[in-house]
Structure formats: structure tokens, C-alpha cells
Ligand binder design. Structure first.
Ligand code: GLY
Ligand code: MN
Length: 481
């Protein structure tokens, strides 16, 4: 948790944006895994964390900016709770650390909202994303679950987007610190990119490094030799020489700020000529964005910049042809990069995505495009100092997509489909860094960039004496640790 002042300042700023309003904030409850008492690791709602910092289940809060009163609703633990889960500070003491002096039992929340409804007050809440929260708000407001889902407050959501988009120094410090664990996750994976391991072995090591950082992983780890599947969550394949291992993984700090990096390593620790060529194109796109991202440019422009670099690079390899600008205008590069260049990063790995991608990543000036590939760009609007964003270009060879485009003669003037046939077993490459937008540019968060050039990746992959582990690989790793 940050200082008490951090939370009171945030709520003061929100109050200024939402005068005369009644706002309801519902924290998350525990969620059952396979039976009631066997539960997922608890994750507090990010809006609740941002405004109150209180990281435990079964809490809610009301901010009334007409009366100036903020109340936290929660119950003190019972003797039964103490016996099973241990003692916990009183609600009043915890609320005080968030700068809130008024607390009430949870049972009072219903009456409080009924009084507000009787007085004709609108209850503002952000879009709920968990079934339990939707049902709770429905019970509290007398709406149906469907009405709750459509009835969230755009005004409140926009106000929170405005505040949360620009990171405070304490948030930047927290994220910078956590990047060391992200670094350890990815370099561990690079050193294990050798035959004798399975994807599951490496995923386990990556998540071990994440858990050492005090928080959970920030999203399900992607650790695959089939990187052409963008969000591949299977871990069944043994590593095979000649393939590329793509690891897209991050961790949460104890305050729940996320890291999100991707690196791609050749199995066996040496790129083939063909892999190195494609890798250099992806790296050039990543570097171009990092060199150009600054306050005032739109992230859509950065997406288009990366797209041009990718088309130029693939033309040099002989996989694309024609005029670069025309190819990008036609969306031809989306055959190779069917996703956006990046997203906001913060308390959520796709920061604030529960508020709605368009409210977070777009505005009246920059609208989401409907073209394949560009339509998946999560962040398009103008950058400001203090934004944290990902820079994650990729090139993928998706056999089914290649076949579809070829059969449909899609962008055939720009794509060399006959040469592309020979790349269908290639897999995919993505290189993802986390950038802080600074006053006149940007910097990689955490200070130390992960190994990035092909030589750096090869050096890291070969630095652990892990080559040719064969069947003994796992045993040896266990001994080394
Ligand atoms: N790192 C996962 C994603 O950005 O979707
Ligand atoms: Mn990402």
C-alpha cells in the first residue's frame, strides 16, 4: 500500500471531476476454484485498489461528493475467521490507512443505497466484470443483472481513465522495481531454451521467478514453440531444435502493478539465418517505436510506423513487395502482425480494460479502425507524459490465415505467397518492452532492457551451461537451484 496521502489525493482529484455525485465502489470477493472453500488466489478489484489500496475481500465504499463523505463498508473478522485464517486489523484501522475515517458494517450498504435512491440520486459505478459483483450491484440497486451491465457510469469511468492513465511517481517506482522480477522470468526462460525441456518446464520456472516477486503472474503465461498462436496457453510440447520459443509473461508487484514482456529465443541458443532475418525486422519495429514514442504522438501513429518497418523488412526478405505505404494502407502487414502495437500498463496488464477498450485507448480525436489487424489496436490515442505502454510488434506465420488470404487473393499484390509457403513451419516472433513516456521521449521501464539483439539473446541462452541437457536437463536444473 502507498502512503495515506496518495489515496486521499486520488479521491480528491476524482471528487473534483465528479462534483455532487454518489459513487459506489465494490471490491472483489473470494472466488471458488472447484468447491466453495477451495479458492483462487484473491485479487482485489483494481479501481478499489487505486482509490483505497485495501487488498482484502468483501469490501465496498461509497463516495458522496455532495456531502463530502466517504464510507467504507466491511465487517470485522469473527473468531471463526481468526481460527481458520488468522487475525486481521480492524476495518477502522485499515480504512484509516486509506485516509477514510467513516466505516460501517456491510449490512448497512443496502439501506444506504436505498436512501440515496429514494432521494433521486444516481448511483455511479464502473463496468463490473465478475458475475458476483454484477449480482451484488443488482441486489443493491434493484436492477436486473442485464441492466447493471449496461448501466455503468461513463462519466465516472472517463474520470478514472483520466486519472489512472498518468502514473504517479510512486506507481512508476513500484513498476520499475518489479521489472527486475520480469527480467529474471525472461532470462531464466532464455537459458532453458534447449532440447530436453518442455514448454511446461519453462513455464514453471518462469512463474517461479514471478512468485518470488511477491505477487502472482499478471496474466496466464504464454510459453510456446507455437508463437504463431498469439495467446497460446498450452504447455505440452517438448522443445525441438530449429524452433523458436516465444515467452510472453509478466508478474504483479505486491501492490498489483504489472509487468508484461515478450522475448523469443531459438531452441538450442542459435538463430538460423532465416530466423535471424525475421527477428531483426521485429526488433527494428520495436526500436523504431521506442525511438519515436513521446508526448503528443498518437499510439496509432506508432502502430503505423511499426507496420511500415515490418513491410520494408519483409520486402527485403522477399516475403512482401510493392509500395510500402500502399501495402500498409491496404493492411497487408496484418497477415504477419494481426494485433496492435501495444496497450496501457498499470494495475492491470491491459490497464483499465474492464472500463472498455475504447474509453481507455481512444477518444473523440482518434477512433478505432475496423481494418483487420488495426482493429485489434488497444491504444490509439495521443500519448502523455506518465503513460506506461507496451511496445510489442511481432511477425507470425499462421498457416490457416496464409491459406485463407491466398485463396481469397487478399493483398496478393503485396504478398509473395509462393515464398510464404516455405515459412509455414516458422512459428512466430514477438519482442515486447514496457515503456514509460517521459517529458520528451520514453524509456524502458526497470532501467535494464532484457536481452534484445539476436547476439544478446544467443549469449543469454548459452550463458547457463544448459546446452544439450538431454533427458537429464530437469535434474540438473533442480540441482543448480
Ligand atoms: N502480454 C499479453 C498481451 O498483451 O495480450
Ligand atoms: Mn502486452
Amino acid at each position: 500500500m502507498f502512503s495515506t496521502q496518495t489515496y486521499t489525493n486520488r479521491r480528491d482529484r476524482l471528487a473534483n471531476l465528479m462534483p455532487g455525485s454518489l459513487m459506489l465502489f465494490v471490491g472483489n470477493d473470494d472466488a471458488s476454484f472447484n468447491y466453495h472453500d477451495n479458492q483462487y488466489r484473491f485479487r482485489q478489484d483494481s479501481t478499489f485498489l487505486y482509490l483505497f489500496g485495501l487488498d482484502s475481500a468483501c469490501m465496498a465504499a461509497i463516495m458522496d461528493t455532495a456531502s463530502g463523505e466517504t464510507t467504507i463498508f466491511a465487517d470485522d473478522v469473527s473468531m471463526d475467521d481468526i481460527v481458520w485464517t488468522g487475525p486481521m486489523e480492524s476495518v477502522a484501522d485499515r480504512a484509516a490507512r486509506a485516509g477514510v475515517s467513516k466505516t460501517r458494517p456491510m449490512a448497512d450498504l443496502d439501506a444506504c443505497l436505498k436512501r440515496a435512491a429514494a432521494g433521486g440520486r444516481t448511483v455511479h459505478y464502473v463496468p463490473p466484470y465478475r458475475g458476483r459483483t454484477i449480482i451484488k450491484i443488482a441486489e443493491l440497486t434493484g436492477k436486473t443483472p442485464a441492466e447493471v451491465k449496461t448501466g455503468s457510469s461513463t462519466e465516472l469511468t472517463k474520470a478514472l481513465v483520466k486519472l489512472r492513465s498518468v502514473k504517479e511517481q510512486c506507481e512508476i517506482d513500484d513498476m520499475d522495481r518489479q521489472m527486475a522480477f520480469g527480467y529474471a522470468m525472461h532470462t531464466a526462460a532464455m537459458r532453458m531454451a534447449h532440447e530436453g525441456y518442455t514448454e511446461n518446464d519453462i513455464m514453471a520456472q518462469v512463474e517461479f521467478e514471478a512468485l518470488k516477486g511477491g505477487g502472482p503472474v499478471s496474466f496466464p503465461t504464454i510459453c510456446t514453440i507455437h508463437g504463431e498462436t498469439l495467446h497460446n496457453h498450452g504447455y505440452t510440447h517438448p522443445l525441438e531444435a530449429g524452433r523458436l520459443l516465444l515467452v510472453d509473461a509478466g508478474c504483479e508487484s505486491p501492490n498489483h502493478y504489472a509487468t508484461d514482456n515478450t522475448r523469443t529465443t531459438p531452441v538450442g541458443g542459435q538463430f538460423t539465418t532465416r530466423q535471424r532475418e525475421v527477428y531483426e525486422v521485429v526488433l527494428a519495429a520495436n526500436n523504431a517505436v521506442a525511438a519515436a514514442a513521446r508526448p503528443g504522438v498518437t499510439y496509432k501513429e506508432m502502430h503505423m510506423l511499426a507496420s511500415r518497418v515490418i513491410v520494408d523488412g519483409l520486402k527485403a526478405i522477399g516475403l512482401m513487395r510493392g509500395d510500402t505505404d500502399e501495402a500498409v494502407a491496404a493492411g497487408a502487414q496484418a497477415l504477419f502482425m494481426p494485433h496492435g502495437i501495444g496497450h496501457m500498463l498499470g494495475l492491470d496488464v491491459h490497464d483499465m480494460e474492464n472500463y472498455g477498450e475504447d474509453l481507455v485507448g481512444y477518444d473523440d480525436e482518434v477512433r478505432r479502425d475496423s481494418q483487420f489487424g488495426l482493429a485489434s489496436l488497444r491504444l490509439g490515442r495521443r500519448l502523455q507524459e506518465g503513460f506506461c505502454v507496451t511496445d510489442e510488434p511481432g511477425i507470425y506465420f499462421i498457416p490457416e490465415l496464409i491459406d485463407r488470404w491466398k485463396a481469397g487473393h487478399i493483398c496478393e499484390h503485396f504478398v509473395n505467397f509462393s515464398k510464404l509457403e516455405t515459412y509455414k513451419d516458422f512459428g512466430g516472433i514477438r519482442i515486447e518492452d514496457d515503456l514509460l513516456i517521459t517529458k520528451d521521449g520514453c524509456r524502458v521501464m526497470g532501467g535494464t532492457r532484457l536481452p534484445s539483439t539476436p547476439d544478446e539473446v544467443e549469449a543469454e541462452a548459452n550463458s547457463g551451461n544448459n546446452k544439450s541437457r538431454g533427458a537429464n536437463g530437469r535434474d540438473r536444473l533442480t540441482q543448480e537451484n
